[in-house]
Design a protein around this ligand. Structure first.
Ligand SMILES: Cc1cc2nc3c(=O)[nH]c(=O)nc-3n(C[C@H](O)[C@H](O)[C@H](O)COP(=O)(O)OP(=O)(O)OC[C@H]3O[C@@H](n4cnc5c(N)ncnc54)[C@H](O)[C@@H]3O)c2cc1C
Length: 395
């Protein structure tokens, strides 16, 4: 089968690798020239790392990834440790693979290199506009002409235009803005940043930071509730002073870190409602195009990576020559999981941002007692998410 993929983001590139691995003939068409993948960081949890390792990317990913020792949740003004969850060796022992922190552009580069090495065509500057389905295949209208294929996989992101085949919705502004910056570790006081993912939780906002570039840089994401997004673009440069103002009154360690954030961008956080259906006979959606979600569990790209594996395996093991039934099966399998993860991500954000001191105290007691007195149970809470292993089976 010749499979046209729209979009060379993390989802589209992983889909190309997984489909090739399953014996198909993928070809990627990307609207941009791919020069602008953001410099920000990304967390890759074991459920995604398993897929990437199974696609032969263990070595290049470990070469660019940083393995955090743990996740620490801290209180915004006192820096008190609210909860602690080990990653590092714990993740490797429990889930068989590490948890990784890396630059988005490094991940993108690893995926693109593998795509090139496996001879998968990647055409940049070639937007996919639309397609026509026939009994025999798809005719895909792209910036570089009309292509014929057996199937179209739309991995064209949260602003997907191919999603319009299945829904008339628009991305919905969630009332939250994320500031992202990368700071050189050498520019910070020694030991200011721990080798963990650290989440500072405060009323209506939170800050996450972790090492990337194997400890040479610190990635930070600061999320602030904001009543409106008035910028034209969903991603614009931001002043560090704006970021500092949003975190006035926070602990001095937070402020020291934010003061060092020079080149900063802000992103409006959008989500899309869950779709009842995202596959037709020969077209399907993948990644953010299908299920864009809030990033508070660091799972958007992980879901795109899981999608890619499941789609390729379902197609490989299909019983009918035509792909329609396999595409429905893929959608059903992924819909259940991604709806659950999207809902859990939303709840995680609410938990980080609790507004009243009473609610925060109750949360801190619950999390603190859980991880100190019942660490096994507290850690097992993430097994459904990080322990999911599509490579071993997903039915
Ligand atoms: C602040 C923030 C932090 C995050 N942190 C994490 C994290 O730590 N871990 C994690 O797993 N996820 C994280 N995410 C989510 C993650 O970034 C996304 O879920 C992921 O990038 C989705 O990948 P995708 O390939 O589906 O879409 P995209 O990355 O958006 O890629 C879509 C691609 O399609 C191209 N395209 C668009 N339209 C067309 C067209 N018509 N034709 C051809 N090409 C087209 C675009 O140019 C782009 O290259 C975060 C998100 C945010 C906002």
């Amino acid at each position: 089968m010749k499979i046209v993929i729209a979009g060379a983001g993390i989802g589209g590139l992983t889909a190309a690798l997984a489909l090739k691995n399953s014996g198909f003939d993928p070809e990627i068409h990307e609207r941009s020239d791919l020069a602008s993948e953001s410099g920000a960081g990304i967390q890759l949890s074991p459920n995604a790392v398993k897929v990437l390792f199974a696609l032969g990317l263990r070595k290049p990913l470990q070469a660019v990834g940083f393995e955090p020792k743990a996740v620490r949740l801290r209180s915004f003004s006192s820096a008190r440790l609210v909860a602690y969850r080990p990653l590092g060796l714990f993740s490797a022992n429990r889930y068989g693979v590490p948890y990784l922190h890396l630059r988005r552009e490094a991940l993108h580069e690893v995926l693109r290199t593998a795509v090139a090495e496996r001879g998968i065509p990647l055409v940049t500057g070639s937007p996919v506009h639309d397609c026509d389905e026939t009994d025999a295949g798809v005719e895909v209208q792209t910036g570089s002409g009309t292509l014929r294929g057996d199937l179209l996989v739309a991995a064209d992101g949260i602003h997907s235009n191919l999603r319009a085949r299945f829904a008339e919705d628009e991305p919905r502004f969630t009332g939250m803005v994320a500031y992202r910056a990368v700071v050189a570790t050498a520019a910070l006081p020694a030991k200011l940043v721990e080798p963990t993912a650290t989440v500072w939780m405060g009323p209506g906002r939170h800050l996450v930071h972790y090492f990337v570039d194997q400890g040479e840089q610190v990635n930070l994401v600061a999320v602030v509730e904001s009543d409106a997004w008035r910028e034209e673009s969903w991603r614009t440069p931001a002043e560090a002073s704006e970021l500092l103002a949003a975190f006035s009154g926070w602990h001095r360690k937070v402020r020291t870190l934010l003061e060092a954030a020079g080149d900063c961008h802000k992103w409006a956080l959008f989500e899309r409602p869950s779709l009842p259906r995202w596959s037709s006979a020969r077209v399907t959606l993948l990644g953010d195009a299908a299920h864009a979600m809030l990033p508070f569990l660091a799972q958007g790209a992980a879901m795109a990576i899981e999608d890619a594996w499941v789609l390729s395996r379902v197609l490989e093991h299909r019983e009918e020559e035509a792909p329609a039934t396999a595409l429905t099966q893929y959608q059903q399998l992924r819909r259940l999981r991604t709806n659950k993860v999207a809902e859990a991500s939303r709840q995680q954000g609410e938990m980080f941002h609790l507004h009243t001191p009473g609610a925060r105290l109750a949360r801190d007691l619950r999390l603190g007692i859980g991880c100190r007195l019942l660490p096994e149970i507290a850690m097992a809470q993430y097994d459904w998410l990080h322990g999911y292993d599509p490579v071993r089976g997903f039915r």
